[in-house]
Design a binder for this molecule. Structure first.
Ligand code: ATP
Ligand code: MG
Length: 318
């Protein structure tokens, strides 16, 4: 894109996954990993794999968990020049074990890891000054250092005619303090593209009911909304009432983590490459569905060729 790359700001982690189903980590337990992870990193990996210009802002430690991530993103074609390497903190991590009902137990190290240590730097400033599109996850607002970078970056990117996408990514019950809540509402209102999942739609709008929430968000200033519904598919909404429903592809779910981030990265990249909402929805649905068929949060992110092959060979739900 002539205006510059898509940039994502936020946490970079490794994920280590229990290979058995059950509760927590109170006993020795076989594990598999480290896998490159962190919602913003998954999003930008999918952008890079699809051939969009992409860059990441964040931090890792000077350790192998960090190198798993930077090597991976570089291989995907992502510009990693604004990922800082923090010598005094380990790379962020998440241990995850699935319970029988599909819910998850986590042991996180994010707040006290390198993932939460990045700030505004010369390298970040140079990148943001040539950014065409910024993608922000609501969850990043709970990290103070990320918040400062995001605030500054949104203003700069918007002022130079760039665009913003937001994945609200906040559970409905999660109460933020007043200041963070205000920042969140401002971010949502500034979004050219909003990518909520399930009840995050109502959380972002601050009203109950799908139709009411959609209408409220357009009134707030959002330009385009795509609602993710897991195996139920996704819906594109346009102010003025037009909508497109995209059925999900039929797949065997191995690991649901990262579906929404791959979906969002693919949708945004396709739109920036000039595709219609309909076509972008097809690629995004394929990216989300393909990713859940592979173990590891971003291991199933697909290239254009891989997604074309997936679309040609996979049935959609009626
Ligand atoms: P995450 O669970 O990673 O936070 P999310 O909740 O933001 O993701 P989802 O709605 O779970 O997002 O997934 C995004 C999209 O990926 C869906 O709209 C759908 O198109 C596709 N998808 C997700 N899970 C499946 C599945 N089991 N089968 C087919 N498609 C899926
Ligand atoms: Mg989900």
């Amino acid at each position: 894109d002539a205006l510059g790359p898509t940039v994502c700001v936020g946490e970079i982690l490794v994920e280590i996954v229990a290979t058995t189903v059950g509760n927590g980590f109170l006993e020795a337990q076989p594990l598999v990993g480290p896998f490159a992870s962190g919602a913003p990193a998954i999003f930008i990996s999918q952008c890079g794999r699809l051939g969009g210009q992409a860059a990441m802002v964040g931090a890792v430690g000077d350790d192998d968990f960090g190198r798993v991530n930077t090597d991976r993103l570089a291989r995907d074609g992502v510009d990693i020049s604004a990922i800082s390497i923090e010598p005094d903190y380990p790379t962020g991590s998440a241990f995850v074990r699935y319970r029988k009902d599909g819910s998850r137990d986590f042991v996180y190290n994010i707040a006290t890891s390198a993932a939460a240590r990045f700030g505004w730097s010369r390298g970040v400033a140079d990148l943001i000054d040539r950014t065409g599109h910024l993608h922000v996850m609501g969850s990043a607002l709970s990290v103070p250092s990320a918040r400062a970078v995001i605030d500054k970056a949104v203003d700069i990117v918007k002022a130079r005619g760039g665009t913003l996408s937001v994945d609200p990514n906040l559970r409905k019950e999660l109460k933020l303090d007043e200041d963070t809540e205000r920042r969140f509402a401002k971010l949502v209102a500034a979004a050219d593209l909003l990518l909520p999942s399930g009840e995050e739609l109502e959380r972002a709008a601050g009203v109950e009911g799908e139709a009411e929430a959609i209408q409220r968000l357009f009134e707030m200033g959002v330009k385009e909304i795509v609602l993710k519904r897991g195996a139920g598919g996704a819906t594109y909404f346009e102010s003025g009432g037009d909508r497109i429903d995209a059925p999900a592809f039929v797949v065997q779910e191995v690991d649901p983590t990262g579906a929404g981030d791959c979906f969002g990265g693919a949708y945004l990249t396709c739109r920036r490459l000039g595709m219609s909402p309909q076509q972008a929805l097809t690629y995004a649905s394929a990216a989300g569905a393909r990713n859940v068929t592979v173990l590891g949060p971003m291991e199933g992110a697909g290239t254009r060729g891989e997604l074309d092959a997936f679309i040609a060979s996979t049935e959609r739900r009626p």
